[in-house]
Design a binder for this molecule. Structure first.
Ligand code: SAM
Length: 307
């Protein structure tokens, strides 16, 4: 079961009057809300809290969903790839949050959300804000927008560290913000690697490795290059890639598993868990009666910092 905090989210948020500056962040958040409307209960990941952070246009589209739910479901039943982006968005979020809960239960007190976008950990989980320090890392524009829209109880309990993974030193920024290599940290890096160049992914893993004490964990998702994918996943990935490129976020960091493992090892990380799309589907989706699926190009991994 997804952890449910005993308390409600931290204060009501006024619905945003304009969309966030990062369209991919809004898209990922919209997929999580869509899941709570269109798919069967229980939700794999319940992020209704993020709805107020979506722009008015996206909220309006989600309002139309209940009326067209049966049609969408029929369409997705015939073509499961249509529900695949939604499936990977909620499964990766759940994979990460389950690992986060285990880490906190084991005593981890430093939580990092890399490429945070509209991640709502601080909003949904006041228990975590009390138990640990929460640090979000993202581009400055996205962070400024988010700080303006979250309730004070969340912004005051969160460290916002602006970093461009493409060009800036993550370790220097994290150390300056107070992230300590004196005790293990737990970090998530979801929905982000594929927008970065392979050298930037490699450099970020190395930089995080420099501030992460032995035993620290990093949960991330990554997407495979098209070559070895079944044709329907190639078509989906090419379509997604074209859409994202037109939104100024091209997919420049598709990775082979061997490449990720090499970058990780060079940076002092061990790939402790690696989940293919088929494994994620078998674990999270196989027993569901809705049409959620996971694209063959999507993988999740959990890395552990070695001594
Ligand atoms: C698709 S969103 C994912 C957000 C969130 N992790 C989630 O799963 O919903 C990608 C996030 O990565 C951030 N991002 C992309 N490129 C980045 C870069 N070069 N430096 C820092 N953040 C970046 C974006 O600003 C955005 O918030």
């Amino acid at each position: 079961m997804q952890h449910r905090a005993e308390e409600p989210p931290q204060g009501a948020i006024a619905p945003a009057q304009a969309p966030p500056p990062c369209r991919t962040a809004e898209g990922a958040a919209a997929l999580r809300v869509w899941h709570t409307i269109a798919d069967d209960a229980p939700a794999i990941f319940d992020d209704r809290a993020v709805r107020a952070l979506l722009g008015p246009g996206t909220r309006g589209l989600l309002d139309l969903l209940p009326g067209s739910a049966w049609g969408l479901r029929a369409l997705e039943g015939m073509q499961p790839e249509l529900a695949a982006l939604r499936g990977q968005a909620v499964v990766r979020a759940r994979f990460a949050e389950d690992a986060l809960d285990r880490a906190v239960a084991d005593g981890c007190r430093q939580l990092l959300i890399l490429g945070a976008g509209l991640d709502t950990t601080g909003l949904r989980r006041p228990d975590l804000l009390r138990a640990a320090t929460l640090t979000e890392v993202d581009r400055p524009s996205m962070q400024a927008w988010k700080r303006d829209h979250l309730p004070p109880a969340v912004t005051e309990g969160t460290r916002f560290v602006p970093v461009d993974f493409q060009s800036e030193r993550l370790d220097e920024r994290l150390s300056a913000a107070g992230v300590s290599c004196g005790s293990p940290l737990f970090a998530t890096w979801l929905g982000c690697t594929y927008y970065l160049s392979p050298p930037a992914i490699q450099a970020s893993l190395a930089a995080l490795g420099r501030v992460a004490a032995p035993g620290s964990e990093l949960v991330l998702d990554y997407w495979l290059p098209t070559e070895r994918l079944p044709w329907h996943s190639q078509v989906l990935l090419q379509g997604v890639g074209l859409t994202l490129a037109s939104q100024q976020d091209p997919l420049i960091g598709l990775l082979e598993p061997d490449t990720l493992a090499r970058y990780a090892t060079e940076a002092g990380w061990r790939v402790a868990e690696e989940r293919t799309a088929a494994q994620l589907h078998a674990y999270w989706l196989a027993s569901r009666r809705d049409s959620l699926s996971i694209p063959a190009f999507s993988r999740c991994a959990r890395l552990v910092r070695e001594t």
